[in-house]
Design a protein around this ligand. Structure first.
Ligand SMILES: Cc1cc2nc3c(=O)[nH]c(=O)nc-3n(C[C@H](O)[C@H](O)[C@H](O)COP(=O)(O)OP(=O)(O)OC[C@H]3O[C@@H](n4cnc5c(N)ncnc54)[C@H](O)[C@@H]3O)c2cc1C
Length: 353
């Protein structure tokens, strides 16, 4: 007698990092996977990130320990499996005063970050009076630096590598293929599947409701913008913005400086664009640190994306970056997450399938 067939026919809607990694994990389990993507793979939110593979040091401020720990675990998954496209990045936080409360708080936060990483820790933090190999002149009144390690990626080359893996695993990739209708019985337009995974990032709630399926989660649409600046950096910087209300990163990226990000609530996820206010906010915040201020003419390019954050009771700055999976019969919908934690999402989906 034949056994129960374990291989399932799976349709994934959305070809961002979540859909792609979930597809790869499922195909490796022997399932037959098709990915429907409205535009091209990895062209939306997944190409608009700060390019960090991280647990999210700043989420510790909101006591999101589990989430940070998961992110740190996944960070090492990326660094170990894709060493050519990822790297360990040293990031410095500058302080004016060696004996400030903020420095002490940051120091203990970073130590907790390293503790949560456990055996997956990638480097030890330290306090120093100057930065090694820094090409940007930092003002002399910044006298102390706290440094820690996180992961960085070249998302272009990493993305190409993942698409190559997906093709080698015989995943059917259907680009420029916008799904209009799907249902919990396994139908995507006129195709039938054993399971459907809705991995459309910021569009999850909108698409569920368009298909008359109740969304169990509400989404905050938070736009974030970045600038690529014509300067160079050896290591990263993390510093308070000009209002001293949140952190911004300046990171080495393809021999230039990647500066970001902003957080601005928007009403929908379509066509996010950087505003003049965001450009000025990022430049003014960075210039507080620099001997030679950056001018707008040094901006090579800009990009903006919309974070699909699960709505929280607090203000959106404190929204969780954690993910949630809604199950309706044969339909699994993914909410939230980060590029870094897409392997955790994929592991969870594999178990559910
Ligand atoms: C400013 C910013 C900075 C960030 N920085 C980081 C970072 O440094 N590190 C990190 O780990 N994470 C970061 N993130 C989070 C990360 O970008 C997202 O969590 C991740 O990219 C979400 O991937 P996704 O596949 O879920 O969504 P997306 O990449 O948006 O993919 C969803 C896909 O679904 C497609 N789609 C939508 N509707 C349909 C339809 N009807 N039919 C077919 N396809 C459809 C879209 O075209 C899109 O390609 C950042 C996010 C932002 C916005």
């Amino acid at each position: 007698m034949d056994g129960i067939p374990l291989s399932k026919k799976i349709g994934i809607i959305g070809g961002g990092i979540t859909g792609l990694i979930v597809g790869i994990f499922l195909a490796r389990e022997g399932h037959k996977v098709s990915i429907f993507e409205k535009n091209t793979l990895l062209s939306e939110t997944s190409s608009k990130t700060t390019k960090l593979l991280h647990g999210g040091l700043r989420y510790l401020e909101n006591f999101q320990f589990n989430e940070v720990k998961n992110g740190l675990n996944d960070r090492s998954w990326w660094l170990e499996n894709f060493p050519i496209h990822t790297r360990k990045l040293q990031i410095y936080i500058p302080f004016k005063n060696m004996f400030s409360l903020v420095l002490m708080k940051s120091f203990f936060g970073i130590k907790l970050y390293e503790f949560l990483a456990g055996s997956k820790n990638i480097g030890t933090s330290s306090i120093s009076q100057q930065i090694d190999n820094h090409n940007l002149g930092i003002k002399d009144n910044y006298k102390t630096y706290l440094s820690f390690f996180d992961g960085g990626m070249d998302d272009d080359s990493l993305g190409r590598e993942l698409i190559k893996i997906a093709r080698e695993l015989d995943i059917e990739i259907l680009e420029n293929n916008e799904v209009k209708e799907f249902d919990p019985q396994g139908n995507i337009d006129e195709n039938h599947f054993d399971k459907i995974i809705l991995a459309v990032g910021p569009w999850s709630k909108i698409l569920l409701e368009q298909n008359n399926i109740k969304s169990l989660k509400d989404i905050d649409y938070i736009k974030g913008s970045h600038l690529i600046i014509n300067r160079t950096l050896e290591s990263g910087l993390m510093f308070s913005d000009k209002n001293n209300s949140r952190y911004i990163f300046a990171l080495p990226y393809k021999d230039k400086v990647l500066l970001g990000t902003t957080e601005e609530k928007v009403s929908h996820p379509e066509f996010p664009e950087i505003t003049n206010d965001e450009i000025e906010y990022l430049i003014d915040s960075f210039n507080r640190l620099l001997n030679e201020p950056i001018s707008k003419s040094e901006i090579i390019s800009t990009y903006s994306g919309v974070r699909p954050l699960i709505k929280s009771k607090d203000n959106f700055h404190k929204s969780t970056r954690d993910f949630f999976i809604q199950e309706n019969d044969s339909l699994l919908t993914i909410f939230g997450g980060k590029w870094t934690t897409s392997p955790s999402i994929a592991r969870k989906i594999v178990t559910m399938i």
